[in-house]
Design a binder for this molecule. Structure first.
Ligand code: FES
Ligand SMILES: [Fe+2]
Length: 389
């Protein structure tokens, strides 16, 4: 085959560049390599995906009490997440309505959100309540200068933000997913760990890997592959209705620690759900594993075309967390999860290095990674527009 250099085209959003991706999966091409390396494609993803749809930002216990706050940057937008006196968690742009200063840094607890520049004070609910040396007048009413709110909803004990005021509410967006996972009673679970992992790869490489059953025997040869998987069910959009892509992996018992090591007690689930793990990828950024003994969610925070950051939340019922040997068993779970994740991170970083090669060209899909194709089409429909005939 002739080698040809695949350069990022000037008209990167022209749907014709992606015709090959839109064919049925068995003859489709993967996304062109520039989708994983281009600053322009990434900028478009921020606007067309991350600022339009629901994004997970971790468990609500990150702000446990009234006055607890944290700050973060999501797609270049500085945010404050704060729990109000009414115990409602809210998100605001972390930029003062006077002259734009960052208001809060880091995380902690406070009674008011106070800007360090001219000491304007905002309530935990975002209202402007203090303007030192400056009175209200016919020109200035505090009520007009509250913090800019960002939508935040809770689901499965997790916080989800959406920058688009016109987007459907989270329950509508999720479709039937809430009903499907209701038996896990995730809202009643406690978060027992949150871990952070930097990845030197485009966010899509890690995201796609979630829906790829093909790599497991090879990338996870000495870990997950030790447990026999009898079957995988892949997403069928006629059955699973919502903005997510799921697969079920069938195996006996728990895969949370290696065979022979301690496990958490099984959850009180109906027998038809004790068949393995249910793995929905909730667009845009949340990979959730509903297992027989726990629930974990990994959120991907994009940090540029060639980098992202993972945060993994581990949730169990209070009764599990109260067991005398819980901490020891949890360490086993986390150690094993770290190992498996490292294997996936290495795989994603290798793909990134491959995509950055000037002589790379689009690849192809197999029946075992065809969900990756579905994932890429979800992205393409939003970034470039749906050019399907
Ligand atoms: S910029 Fe915040 S008080 Fe002036
Ligand atoms: Fe994996």
């Amino acid at each position: 085959m002739m080698m040809r250099e695949i350069k990022e085209p000037a008209d990167i959003l022209d749907p014709r560049h992606y015709d090959g991706v839109r064919r049925p999966y068995h003859s489709a091409e993967t996304l062109p390599p520039w989708c994983y390396t281009s600053q322009r494609f990434y900028e478009r993803e921020k606007d067309a995906i991350f600022k339009k749809y629901w994004n997970c930002i971790g468990h609500h216990s990150r702000v446990p009490d009234a006055g607890s706050y944290l700050t973060m940057t999501f797609c270049d937008v500085p945010l404050i997440i704060v729990r109000g006196k009414d115990m409602v968690v809210r998100a605001f742009i972390n930029s003062c309505t006077h002259r734009g200063s960052i208001i809060m840094e880091g995380e902690g607890s406070c009674n008011v959100l106070k800007c360090p520049y001219h000491a304007w004070a905002f309530s935990l609910e975002g209202d402007l309540i203090g303007t030192p040396l400056f009175e209200e007048s016919e020109h200035f009413q505090k009520a007009d200068h509250g913090l800019t709110p960002i939508r935040l909803e809770l689901w499965c004990g997790l916080m989800w933000i959406n920058f688009d005021p016109n987007a459907p509410e989270l329950a509508t967006y999720l479709g039937d997913l809430s009903d499907r996972v209701a038996p896990w009673k995730t809202e009643e679970m406690v978060c027992v760990a949150r871990r952070e992992f930097p990845v030197k790869a485009n966010w899509k490489f890690y995201a796609e890997n979630w829906s790829d059953g093909y790599h497991v025997p090879f990338v996870h040869q000495t870990t997950l592959n030790k447990k026999r998987v009898s079957k995988r069910d892949f997403h069928d959009p006629k059955i699973y209705l919502g903005n997510y892509l799921m697969h079920w992996t069938y195996f006996n018992g728990s895969r949370g620690t290696p065979e022979g090591e301690a496990k958490f007690p099984e959850l009180d689930l109906p027998p038809e759900l004790k068949i393995g793990t249910f793995f929905p990828y909730v667009h845009t950024n949340a990979m959730i594993g509903f297992a027989i003994d726990m629930v974990s969610c990994t959120e991907i925070i994009p940090e540029g075309p060639g980098a992202c950051r993972l945060f993994t939340t581990t949730m169990v019922p209070e009764s599990t967390a109260a067991l005398p040997d819980f901490q020891q068993t949890l360490e086993l779970y986390l150690k094993y999860a770290d190992k498996v994740r490292d294997e996936d991170v290495i795989a994603a970083e290798r793909q990134q290095r491959g995509a950055e090669s000037a002589l790379n060209r689009p690849g192809c899909f197999t029946p075992q990674d065809k969900l990756v194709h579905d994932h890429d089409l979800w992205i393409l429909d939003r970034v470039v527009g749906n050019a399907a005939p």
